[in-house]
Design a protein. Structure first.
Length: 405
């Protein structure tokens, strides 16, 4: 099946959302889930030696030439991906000989009845089904957002489209587009807190951000495999931790962004500020958040520069540069803090200095007169989020709902 724009309605954080089927395919292609202890619905243990060649043609299974070990026996064949097991029959694969080489049916969710049975090919061969939901690293909406941003990155052909979509946007519209991104971020944070708790959510999300999109999976696995207590003790062997993961994507990384460098910085954060997670949880009480009343409504944005200084110098011990520190605040710390306290927090998030982003975003903002050299109209996170939302909706409209829930 091609990586096209087939869309399916699936369970999200707050009800059903429409997400492209290619999101599920990318999850399998990148093995973006915990690959240890995979077991099919019929009780067979699965080891993925090779995920297969992603089929971008119009016909046949999603992946060819996959190499799997199923209950100790090696197989080479095709893998078909769906959101739900019912997709096998609804797409009539059981009648199509093109699917006779399928050795695994991988689905995100279990069947509607809660029971997921083996399917059969047109020649009667049984195909085991693997439900990935228990092994996923993130919520499906987070995968959808990452998928959309991955397709946007580096696509210079989108420049004219992006500028065209950004021209004439009022201040109010910029704010609303950024707000859509904020609601998604806070939704992700709320879900992580429910499933992981405060400490683990901070630990894993920080490592994922330090891994960037290309190495997010490896960093998430490190968070799971190497406990907070170990990092806090300072007895971490960074080289060993780095070698514990395979499949690092290193091409094009500057030395400062190499995952080994980022892991060393993370260890330095724990050495310098061993209580940083606890201090973050107390930040709401120690900083005068006059911008938020008891119901969470914005009244007046606090002095961002003052809070930024506390964040970079006191809570992070100046371990990270300003850009990365801002990204950690924008993408993890502030959403988690607001979700944990049941606060809104949008105005502060929008007014925060921009974190890591492509240089072209700054160029566009300047060209559109959203910013100026005097600093009276600074390049803020709100502008970045408005641009991302515009790009995402403009080029991947079918995942709009997943980005704005």
């Amino acid at each position: 099946m091609t990586e096209d724009r087939l869309v399916e309605e699936v369970p999200g954080y707050y009800g059903s959302v429409k997400i492209e089927e290619s999101v599920a395919q990318r999850i399998w292609a990148e093995q973006d889930f915990f690959t240890d202890s995979l077991v099919t619905s019929c009780g067979k243990k699965i080891y993925v030696d090779y995920a297969g060649d992603w089929n971008l043609s119009m016909e046949g299974p999603d992946f060819h030439n996959a190499k799997l070990v199923i209950d100790g026996e090696s197989f080479i064949g095709d893998v078909e991906i769906h959101f739900f097991p019912e997709g096998w029959k609804s797409h009539k694969h059981h009648l199509d000989s093109n699917y006779n080489k399928v050795i695994l049916h991988a689905c995100i969710f279990s069947g509607a009845s809660g029971v997921t049975n083996q399917e059969r090919t047109s020649n009667g061969k049984a195909v085991p089904c693997l439900v990935l939901l228990p092994s996923l690293l993130h919520g499906i909406e987070e995968y959808a957002e990452a998928h959309a941003l991955t397709r946007l990155s580096g696509q210079d052909s989108l420049a004219d489209l992006a500028l065209g979509n950004l021209v004439g946007i009022s201040l109010g519209e910029r704010r609303e587009r950024a707000r859509s991104r904020w609601m998604a971020k806070k939704g992700f944070a709320h879900s992580r807190l429910l499933t992981q708790g405060w400490e683990m959510a901070c630990h894993q999300w920080f490592l994922e951000i330090l891994g960037y999109r290309r190495n997010r999976t490896q960093m998430a696995r490190i968070a799971q495999q190497f406990s907070i207590d170990l990092w806090r003790s300072g007895q971490v062997d960074i080289d060993l931790i780095y070698r514990s993961q395979g499949g690092w994507k290193l091409r094009g990384f500057r030395p400062v962004n190499h995952p080994l460098t980022r892991l060393r910085q993370y260890a330095e954060l724990w050495r310098t500020c061993p209580q940083w997670i606890e201090d973050l949880s107390k930040l709401w009480d120690t900083f005068a958040f006059q911008a938020l009343d008891k119901t969470g409504s914005e009244i007046e944005c606090p002095k961002v520069s003052q809070l930024s200084g506390i964040w970079i110098r006191q809570l992070l011990g100046e371990v990270f540069g300003r850009g990365k520190a801002n990204t950690l605040w924008i993408d993890a710390a502030w959403p988690l803090l607001c979700a944990a306290r049941g606060k809104n927090g949008f105005s502060l998030w929008m007014s925060w200095p921009a974190g890591d982003c492509p240089k072209k975003y700054r160029d566009w903002a300047k060209k559109l007169s959203w910013t100026n050299p005097s600093g009276k109209k600074p390049f803020t996170n709100g502008l970045v989020q408005c641009i991302i939302q515009t790009l995402s909706v403009g080029s991947c409209s079918s995942v709009k709902k997943s980005l704005t829930q």
